[in-house]
Write a protein that binds this ligand. Structure first.
Ligand code: B12
Length: 307
């Protein structure tokens, strides 16, 4: 099967497909009718895997083929199947997808946030915010996966991009994993935080949805929604889902710390401008030597809290 890289494989969220002409000998992609690619352009071939709760055997194989055909795949083939445990069979299948998508119309929509580099973020924050930005994050509820939030907040960061702790502008508080929503919100209020970062990995039985929703409800009940920037992320979190649930932005696989950092400083600057809060001078010592997380003293609550 193909090992073709998706357009955003470099981690840039929503990166555009290259506008450069196709290499010699390569067929031109019709971006209005994009289909899966394997052996040659537009062959529609795709691979899928799933488990059926039926015992391993030829009947199971047939059932998988029929299911794939019902999904609309042509020439479905089982290329691998094995007994998982008593009464369960795992399948890997190939099939031809007959549908296509209009990528051209999608890529002209506003998926693409322009991200700044770390240095640009520092400069932007200095100019438009003029004080440290306090961010508090955690993997909430029962979710024990802390790698995502650590990747965003801790100095070590992700793939060579250090986390917000390494920026001069940010004061970071990483509360870890399995943090109840009420605790995260209370801490954010105590610290006079500008933004909350929530990580959710486990999606079984839509746990992430109920958990993310609960946090928004608590923030609203505390009258803090207008002033707290709410961001969330995780492998199954999209910007669309996040907004639907009441967050300002959502981030998924391939996110680097400067992605969320760009969003937070821009959003905060916009809110400050809107509330006509005069930028304070960037003179407190914490700004000047700001590297090193959790160093900043809690800031008093900013005005504009709703409620
Ligand atoms: C490591 C791991 C664990 C470790 C976690 C250790 C730790 N300290 O985090 C341990 C062993 C503890 C663990 C436990 C469990 N795990 Co686990 N685990 C994984 C594994 C292998 C890797 C996850 C990971 O670290 N990814 C790397 C990080 C960097 O990626 P990421 O989280 O997506 O983060 C990126 C983005 O999403 C985004 N992001 C994430 N959060 C945020 C937040 C913000 C604000 C922003 C801006 C961005 C952002 O930025 C990050 C960098 O780009 C995955 C499988 C896999 N290969 O993905 C399973 C996986 C996530 N685990 C899974 C499961 C089911 C569990 C358990 C429930 C298993 C069990 N039955 O006990 C338990 C969890 C129990 C609980 N109460 O939560 C499932 C989840 C299925 C689902 N969708 O619900 C997975 C997918 C495995 C699988 N295929 O079944 N797990």
């Amino acid at each position: 099967m193909s090992s073709a890289r998706p357009a955003a494989a470099d981690g840039a969220q929503g990166a555009q497909a290259s506008a450069s002409p196709p290499r010699a000998g390569r067929a031109q992609v019709d971006l209005e009718r994009v289909k899966p690619y394997a052996d040659h352009l537009d062959d529609g071939l795709m691979q899928l895997s799933f488990t059926l709760p039926v015992p391993y055997g030829l009947a199971a194989r047939r059932a998988a083929q029929e299911l794939a055909a019902k999904m609309g795949l042509e020439h479905p083939e089982v290329v691998h199947y094995e007994r998982l445990t008593e009464g369960y069979t795992y399948f890997v299948m190939f099939g031809e997808c007959v549908h296509s998508v209009d990528y051209a119309s999608l890529s002209s929509e506003s998926f693409d946030i322009e991200f700044m580099t770390e240095q640009e973020i520092e400069e932007y924050a200095h100019e438009h915010i003029g004080r440290p930005v306090v961010v508090v994050g955690a993997a909430t509820g029962t979710d024990t996966h802390s790698v995502g939030i650590d990747a965003m907040l801790n100095l070590k960061g992700f793939h060579g991009h250090h986390g917000l702790e390494g920026y001069k502008v940010f004061r970071t508080y990483n509360l870890g994993s399995q943090v109840p929503n009420s605790v995260l919100v209370a801490r954010a209020i105590d610290l006079g935080a500008d933004a909350i970062l929530v990580s959710q990995t486990v999606t079984q039985q839509n746990l992430h949805i109920s958990n993310l929703t609960e946090l928004v409800e608590i923030v609203e009940a505390e009258g803090q929604r207008k002033r707290l920037i709410l961001t969330c992320g995780g492998p199954r979190v999209s910007n669309e889902l996040a907004k639907e649930l009441g967050y300002d932005a959502g981030f998924s696989k391939g996110t680097y710390p400067h992605h969320v950092a760009s969003f937070i400083v821009r959003e905060l600057a916009a809110r400050l401008a809107e509330s006509e809060e005069a930028p304070q001078s960037a003179q407190d010592g914490a700004w000047a030597d700001g590297r090193g997380a959790n160093a900043g003293a809690p800031r008093p609550r900013a005005p504009g809290a709703d409620g």
